[in-house]
Design a protein. Structure first.
Length: 356
């Protein structure tokens, strides 16, 4: 069946329908990872977006147990070529069946390199995936212009508190759309991890007497999280060590009077170089974000830059002055990406008084 990707600037790509045939309007973004499409699909940070994979062949090892959450989150999936005959000893099904099962709309057979160049040149934009060959762009355009991701954190967060048992430090993980490997990375280091829904109050979290607090990744515009930012400020005012990733990094910044802005096309993929300003070392990182913290005029009494993106010079982390708090924009748990920056979890455990 034919399918069409229609961008809000009027550009149209014709391809073949994959997955669900329902019509979707979403924000179109691209990911540069060469592998790990299943982790991309199940990363809650993609809620409210349709993902274009720049690597041309997707689905060749099928569906395995390498999932970052219990279900896929993107509105749509865009690929050059979809492998319909996967080959892997761990394979449990095809990506086509997976997309159909979870009602994810997709399109294959389009020039994903051309699409990516458009998004890099003109910036991230909204688009529609449809199988309607008789579409009318003038009727569609208002829908494309009006679309916004909205409060997607409430959509992806867990519904109730849960605990991963451990014999080490007690960590409270605030779930804004956490990838499961964040909790696993802590648990593998002996931590007992209590996972809280995104809108849990600071009072409840602190009442659990955690040795440390983890603020997770998540989707959407951080400025849409007003009530959460208020609670993050209360956590900042406590003396509990805090480590924050991605959206958590942005929320901590906003809670302390810093600003954020939307990048032209974001950082999404497993190959982004970041420099640790304390050691001077450069690490390859896994990233998925469309917003960045502004550090122009940053007051050193509040925080100092800890990491910088080698490609474009944007901020990739902050160390808060006089506090046991550090935050990063990238993913140190990084599955399926590189493990270069996994040492940051060890740094967090040391902050809590642990032996790592």
């Amino acid at each position: 069946m034919k399918a069409f990707l229609i961008l809000e600037d009027g550009t149209v790509f014709e391809g073949t329908s994959i997955g669900s045939t329902r019509e979707v309007v979403s924000e179109i973004v691209f990911n540069t990872s060469m592998t790990g499409y299943l982790e991309v699909l199940t990363d809650p940070s993609y809620a409210g977006q349709a993902v274009c994979m720049t690597y041309p062949l997707i689905g060749n090892y099928g569906i395995t147990d390498d999932m970052e959450s219990s279900r896929p989150w993107p509105d749509g999936f865009i690929v050059r070529e979809l492998s319909r005959i996967p080959s892997n000893f761990r394979c449990k099904g095809t990506i086509q069946d997976f997309l159909v099962k979870h009602n994810i709309t997709g399109i294959s057979g389009i020039d994903t390199r051309a699409l990516t160049k458009i998004l890099r040149d003109r910036g991230t934009m909204n688009g529609m995936i449809t199988t309607n060959e008789n579409y009318n762009f003038e009727e569609i355009k208002p829908k494309l212009t009006a679309y916004a991701t909205g409060d997607v954190v409430s959509k992806v967060t867990c519904r109730e508190k849960s605990v991963m048992k451990g014999n080490g430090k007690k960590v409270a993980l605030l779930d804004f759309g956490a990838k499961k490997n964040i909790a696993k990375s802590l648990n593998d280091r002996g931590c007992e991890v209590t996972i809280y829904p995104a809108h849990t109050t600071a009072k409840e979290i602190l009442a659990g007497n955690p040795d440390g607090i983890m603020l997770s990744n998540g989707p959407g515009d951080p400025k849409d999280c007003g009530p959460i930012i208020d609670e993050v400020k209360k956590l900042y005012d406590s003396e509990v060590p805090i480590f924050a990733i991605c959206l958590g990094h942005q929320l901590m910044a906003l809670a302390n009077g810093l600003d954020t802005h939307k990048l032209k096309y974001g950082h999404r993929g497993g190959n982004h170089p970041v420099k640790d300003l304390e050691t001077g070392k450069v690490y390859i990182s896994s990233q998925n974000h469309g917003y960045v913290v502004d550090t122009d005029g940053l007051d050193e009494k509040i925080a100092v830059p800890a990491f910088v993106n080698v490609n474009d010079g944007t901020n990739e982390g902050l160390k808060y002055t006089g506090k046991n708090i550090f935050t990063v924009q990238f993913h140190p748990e990084a599955c399926p990406g590189p493990q270069d920056s996994g040492y940051l979890f060890d740094r967090f455990i040391k902050m809590m008084g642990g032996e790592q």
